[in-house]
Design a protein around this ligand. Structure first.
Ligand code: THU
Length: 359
């Protein structure tokens, strides 16, 4: 993607590193959405006064804001025969002053705030929206995916915050010495954000295909935090067992854990074999370990699986069939980055083969 960047303000000295990160964040979105290389987007940093005027002129909202997205309505663009093949997506206008303020407020600094605002705005240009709750969840997920690619997702920040890794923070906070870092998270942003705050100035077309991604059980970051203790426990144990994965061939470690009605947890990891077909997946190892301990079908309430996948880890077909045998109602598909999605067994394996089919 071609990014035309310009810093059109004098109020804030934006570090070069911040601009680089911002561009990398935008390229991550472009890559995830497979945008053609000739897609073009303009990014401009302005001050509060300019964004206030734009907000007033284009949206009739008489105050400044953090970011505005101006989608180029292609339908209104005359086709230029023989003209350049670039596809102009639109303009992203960010208030550098507000980015500094919000970066301090959220405790993650200007760099990360700029990247976040840029990614958020580009997603608007691609048709994402957050007016409705489920749209918002989809958009947040897309933001996280892009930010994860450059190690600036909320999960990354949380991880570093836990480890109190000052080095990581100083790389993204420009004013770390004068600002005491607060433990504010995206949750604060969410609760503060008015629905119209980051609305597009020109509403781009909604990509209907995105609607299909709205899985009922998709959990947002906040939901994950609220997830009951048991899932957290399962997740922790699955990750621990994952470390034991015997994977000399694929190098792809998978961990799984099952929870029984009695509250017991059994775990598994994948175990490979030089006769490849003999490899057993983590999920089956977990279920069979439970079976070996005397757990019967109908007694497992939940299975969780996690690996280092970009999206959540989806169990293979063979494991799904074994899950059906054990009548496990809920499956938590997770990954090592902290993303989770809960699905019903019937969603994973509709029309499954059952004993009553031949009994
Ligand atoms: N694998 C699992 O453990 N679970 C799945 O659901 C899919 C695949 C393992 C098997 C093998 O060791 C590696 O991942 C690559 O297929």
């Amino acid at each position: 993607m071609i990014i035309n960047f310009s810093d059109d303000q004098d109020e804030v000295k934006v570090p070069e590193e911040a601009v680089k990160l911002l561009k990398r964040g935008l390229q991550a979105v472009a890559k995830l959405h497979k945008l053609p290389a000739k897609t073009e987007v303009s990014v401009s940093l302005v001050n509060d006064e300019v964004i206030h005027i734009l907000n007033k002129d284009y949206r009739g909202i008489d105050r400044s804001t953090d970011v505005l997205s101006f989608a180029l309505d292609e339908a209104e663009e005359p086709q230029e025969i023989g003209g350049p093949e670039t596809h102009l997506l639109g303009d992203i206008i960010i208030s550098a002053e507000t980015a500094v303020r919000q970066g301090k407020e959220y405790g993650h600094g200007l760099n990360r705030e700029l990247v976040y605002l840029g990614v958020h705005s580009l997603l608007h240009l691609l048709g994402y929206d957050h007016m409705k709750q489920d749209d918002k969840a989809v958009m947040r997920e897309e933001e996280e995916k892009a930010l994860r690619r450059i190690h600036l997702s909320q999960a990354d920040l949380d991880r570093f915050a836990d480890k109190r890794d000052p080095e990581h923070f100083s790389a993204t906070v420009i004013d770390a010495t004068s600002e005491k870092q607060t433990a504010k998270t995206e949750k604060d942003r969410k609760s503060k954000e008015k629905p119209s705050e980051r609305m597009k100035a020109i509403k781009p077309k909604q990509d209907k295909s995105k609607e299909q991604k709205r899985g009922e059980g998709t959990m947002g970051r906040d939901d994950i935090k609220k997830t009951d203790k048991m899932i957290k426990k399962l997740y922790k144990k699955a990750l621990k067992t994952r470390e034991n994965a015997y994977v000399p061939f694929s190098k792809f470690k998978v961990g799984a854990a099952v929870l029984t009605k009695a509250g017991d947890i059994y775990t598994g990891c994948n175990v490979e074999n030089s006769s490849f077909g003999l490899t057993v997946c983590a999920e089956r190892v977990a279920m069979f370990t439970a079976a070996a301990a005397g757990v019967h079908p109908g007694e497992i309430t939940m299975l969780l699986v996690a690996a280092d996948t970009e999206d959540v880890t989806s169990p293979c077909g063979a494991c799904r069939q074994v899950m059906a045998e054990f009548e496990i109602p809920a499956i938590v598909m997770a990954n090592v980055h902290g993303d989770m999605r809960v699905v019903k067994l019937e969603e994973l394996l509709p029309f499954s083969f059952k004993a009553e089919d031949f009994a």
